[in-house]
Design a protein around this ligand. Structure first.
Ligand code: PHB
Length: 394
């Protein structure tokens, strides 16, 4: 058996775990990160692509990524399309902020490289089975490494950054403990080789259902359309996929091209019942899941990290427990704002299978209320570009 001693044991090498280790290292706080996946799996899994202004500022200021500025693209607005017309929401004029299109796996490549260059103890292929002694000041992570050897990490604090199927969350309070809702639809996502069909993202509510036209580069595009959660991603031909997409963005002719990746993304909203117990905290998808419509997933993880970094510095450098005691309640405020925003964008833009004529017209009335009102556009722009991060806790 291998026994590792460190100050903070981080389970999960996703954006939340890696960024936390990076910020803690800056304060001289050592950590160990373990992840059940391989480095290649982590760096190639396709996820969403929108970073809030605050996320970008933090990645750059902390030295975690400069590529976001050179290889990412700043977007100053999105288009809401409904009833056959497009309406642009201009972020800088409404909020002074923007967002960046920079795929999550690129953020991960930057973070893994930065952490390894700094000598971070980062172990792939380690399956965590449990967290023991969470209530004591020496909690332990128990797992099995890539060679089948038992590993124990003894730390002063354990962080569950291990995604929506979090083992750390299960050891805290059972996997289902929390608030959640399911949705009667999912997204059919594609990556294709084609020039962009639009410079900015189009979120389209149409009679045929929702579509999102997003981008990746000048030659690769990402698009989604609303589908049944049970849909088989391989059941449609490329021609059928293009027909579905084209029907949902009336007014735009999409540039078509070979589709080289397809997936069905199920929707779920979830917040864990306990975000922290004793010397264990949950961050990122381990703590919450949002539907992808508001592009909040990774940004919310970064906001958790900002708070936990403040709390752990106070606890581990000064023995001050006030900030860690305030962590869960403070994190939950932003989490529930983001839950609301993600649910709202989702419900306003999708067609539910049983929608009546009243439901449909009310939904168009809601969209019109937003675009006709400076206050409505400003709310959407503030939430989409991201509320400012907290700078202190407790
Ligand atoms: C993406 O480009 O993958 C993307 C963008 C915006 C969203 C969701 C996904 O709301």
């Amino acid at each position: 058996m291998t026994v590792i001693r460190t100050r903070v044991a981080i389970v999960g090498a996703g954006p939340a775990g890696l960024l936390l280790s990076h910020l803690l290292a800056d304060a001289g706080i050592e950590s160990v990160i373990v992840d059940s996946r391989t480095r290649e799996q982590i760096e190639t899994t396709i996820r969403a692509g929108i970073l809030e202004q605050g996320t970008v500022d933090l990645l750059v200021a902390s030295g975690a990524s400069t590529r976001v500025l050179t290889d990412g693209n700043r977007h100053d607005g999105i288009e809401l399309r409904f009833a056959g017309e497009g309406h642009r929401i201009d972020f800088p004029s409404l909020t002074g902020r923007s967002v960046w299109l920079y795929p999550q796996h690129e953020v991960l490549k930057d973070l893994v490289a930065t952490r390894l260059a700094a000598g971070q103890d980062l172990r792939f292929g380690v399956r965590v089975d449990a967290v023991d002694d969470a209530a004591s000041d020496r909690p332990r992570v128990i797992g099995v490494d890539a060679d089948g050897q038992r590993v124990e990490i003894e730390a002063e604090f354990v962080v569950g950054a291990d995604g929506s199927r979090s083992v750390v969350r299960q050891t805290l309070g059972g996997s289902a403990a929390g608030s959640f809702r399911e949705y009667p639809f999912a997204w059919f996502g594609i990556l294709c080789e084609a020039p962009p069909s639009s410079e900015e993202l189009i979120y389209s509510n149409s009679d045929a259902g929702f579509a999102l036209i997003s981008q990746r580069s000048s030659t690769v595009q990402r698009m989604y359309f609303q589908c049944d959660p049970e849909a088989d991603p391989d059941a449609l031909s490329e021609a059928q996929i293009w027909d579905e997409l084209q029907a949902r963005v009336p007014g735009t002719t999409l540039h078509e091209g070979p589709i080289f990746q397809r997936d069905v993304l199920r929707f779920r909203s979830f917040v864990a019942g306990e975000l922290r117990r004793g010397r264990v905290a949950l961050i990122g998808d381990a703590a919450h899941t949002v539907p992808p419509t508001g592009a909040k997933g990774m940004n919310l993880a970064v906001a958790d990290v900002v708070l936990l970094d403040i709390a752990l510095r106070a606890l581990l450098l000064s023995g001050d427990e006030g900030p860690i005691d305030a962590f869960a309640e403070t994190a939950a405020r932003r989490i529930w704002k983001a839950q609301h925003f993600s649910w709202w964008m989702t419900s306003m833009l999708h067609r539910t299978p049983d929608a009546s004529d009243f439901d449909r017209r009310r939904q168009l009335g809601e969209l019109r209320s937003i675009i006709d009102s400076d206050a409505g556009r400003t709310y959407l722009a503030e939430a989409y570009t991201g509320w400012p991060f907290e700078t202190r806790l407790g």
